[in-house]
Design a protein around this ligand. Structure first.
Ligand code: ATP
Ligand code: MG
Length: 385
């Protein structure tokens, strides 16, 4: 039985454990805040700290990119960490991420790094409004972002960002990336996996909908070949460059028939949760296979599938279970406004059937925990008819 230690003890570690159990993989997690090794399914179960966890593990991986660099260094030294600490750090610092995208010649939004008022003025004069500013470190779910829509707000936004940078306690210097707002047609992401020997498998592009900067719905449809090929070539360029091992997600903006990279996530990703029932091998199992150096599983779409995030609620009406193919995944987390508490996967034999089932879910769930689901379901259904 191989022993896997996941840095981070949230829902992604939990779903890795759920996927790894049938393979006889022993998946434990490090709660980085308490420095205790825990069982991801019942995080109160404690048996040691980082050192014990490293000693005990055959393989170490991460469920988030904001892991402290000293922890990453200690894990890397053991020779058990996949992907590398360099790859994880890139996902946690937008400046490194942009540099990687440039070095791989991948199309992305025009951007400038901002550490001073002079940088800020330069960014504003070289970009056109609207501009989005993102903290270089520690951003997630749309947090640490400022949107400048009218020139009159520039001074106030600069003040907020300057205060934000000053208050930062990060070990690496905090900064801001100023980015051209992209008038995209839609947002899509590619989740793929690479093994030590360079084998690569990718899932079909997933269409993503965000509400207030947070992912609310993802849908995996049969592939659009033109876009899929573009996304796969970006994936290969980045994964090969990083000598990447494990699952890597790439978020894109689609503008016409062109994909611009928004950001990368060196881990299993929320927009890949649909793979739990829309593919033979889900992203969690494929990540474990890759880091344990096992052959990769099929990433083909077996039926159109959508994922709906449950945000800030800890129950759903029982009628949800009556929607054919709907499956509920809870994360065992305390209820908090705006928190990802679980998700629902739903599939159809074809897109029309999936759209009808999404509509049924929207009718049952129509409340604040499912922002925009009813609008999305209605549009998606209309497109199928
Ligand atoms: P997450 O962790 O949920 O992926 P994040 O906090 O890391 O989010 P981004 O993915 O960079 O941040 O941004 C969140 C959302 O804001 C994007 O999915 C997109 O909807 C919007 N957004 C970000 N950058 C741009 C841009 N340059 N142009 C237009 N929209 C943008
Ligand atoms: Mg994002």
């Amino acid at each position: 039985m191989k022993k896997v230690l996941v840095l981070g003890a949230g829902q992604l570690a939990r779903m890795m454990q759920l996927a790894g159990t049938p393979l006889n993989l022993d998946v434990k997690a490090l709660d980085v805040l308490s420095n205790k090794v825990v069982n991801p399914i019942s995080p109160e179960y404690i048996y040691g700290d980082l050192k014990a966890g490293i000693l005990n593990a055959d393989v170490i991986t991460a469920e988030f990119e904001h892991v402290a660099h000293d922890i990453l260094a200690e894990c890397e030294q053991s020779g058990k960490l996949f992907p590398t600490s360099a790859a994880i750090k890139i996902g946690g610092d937008r400046r490194l991420e942009k540099a990687l995208l440039e070095s791989c010649n991948t199309a992305n939004a025009k951007h400038y790094f901002v550490h001073s008022k002079a940088d800020f003025d330069k960014a504003i004069s070289h970009l056109s409004l609207p501009i989005i500013f993102k903290s270089a470190l520690e951003g997630y779910d749309g947090k640490g972002q400022w949107r400048l829509k009218i020139a009159a707000d520039a001074e106030a936004i600069w003040q907020e960002m300057a205060d934000f940078m000053k208050a930062s306690t990060t070990t690496v210097k905090q900064g801001i990336v100023a980015e051209q707002m992209v008038p995209f047609d839609r947002e899509v992401s590619l989740v793929g996996v690479r093994r030590v020997n360079g084998d690569v498998a990718v899932y079909p592009l997933t269409e993503n909908h965000h509400t207030d900067g947070m992912l609310s719905v993802s849908v995996a449809n049969p592939v659009n070949t033109v876009l899929q090929e573009q996304a796969v070539s970006v994936f290969k360029a980045i994964a090969d460059k990083l000598n990447y091992v494990g699952v890597l997600a790439i978020e894109f903006f689609q503008v016409g028939n062109q994909l611009l990279v928004n950001e990368i996530a060196p881990r299993v990703h929320n927009s890949g949760h649909w793979t739990q029932q829309g593919a033979d091998t889900c992203q969690f199992e494929n990540h474990l296979r890759a880091i344990c150096d096992l052959p990769l599983g099929s990433t083909a779409l077996i039926r159109p599938t959508a994922m709906v995030n449950i945000i800030g609620e800890d129950t759903v009406p029982n009628e949800v279970f009556a929607v054919p193919s709907a499956s509920v995944h809870w994360y065992n987390k305390g209820k908090r406004v705006g928190r990802k508490m679980g998700h629902i996967n739903v599939s159809g034999d074809n897109e029309l059937q999936l759209a009808q089932r999404l509509q049924s879910l929207a009718d049952i769930l129509c409340n604040k925990a499912f922002p925009d689901l009813s609008g999305f379901a209605k549009d998606y259904l209309a497109k199928q008819k």
